[in-house]
Ligand binder design. Sequence first.
Ligand code: ADP
Length: 180
Amino acid sequence: MNTEVRDRIDIRRGDITRLTVDAIVNAANTSLLGGGGVDGAIHRAAGPQLLEECRSIGGCPTGEARITGGYNLPARFVIHTVGPVYHRTTPAKAEGLLMSCYENSLALASQNGAEEVAFPAISCGIYGYPIEKACRVAIDTTIRFLETETVVKKVIFVLFSEGDSKVYADYLVHLENFSD
Ligand code: ADP
């Protein structure tokens, strides 16, 4: 990882719904009609118009992403992506699907001119993806994307717990120690 790409990645602890960025990513389910965890928090903070727009989209397959407005959120856009349920498939397939979530979300951000994008730990709550494994997919995929990307300037990983943010921070340090 070169230092230019490293400087475009941030790790923060907190509530993703409070972030003033161009786009926040939602760990949605295939119905796009809201749920628990970060999905519920985003819908509560955005207001009922978000649900209305999501309803008009008509769902989203696992690994794909869809974009909506942010309504009452400080963020201009919400990118909804559906992570894999970890124990419903093989680890290799889950990894491929999680990678697609990050790739498709970042591509949508770029297509919509979003310069700052914030991600929660997709699939790491109710969907049961181990945080250490998910963190590697999230960061590796983001680095690969940023290496050739110019629209998206900054990617922020927003972690709810101290433990999860340490996992992310430790992995970035690990990559720095083994970079060119
Ligand atoms: P999934 O169904 O994809 O597992 P969850 O919403 O259950 O999604 O959890 C994804 C991650 O988001 C978990 O690590 C959880 O702790 C975290 N999370 C929950 N609420 C918020 C929030 N408001 N901001 C940031 N992260 C959150």
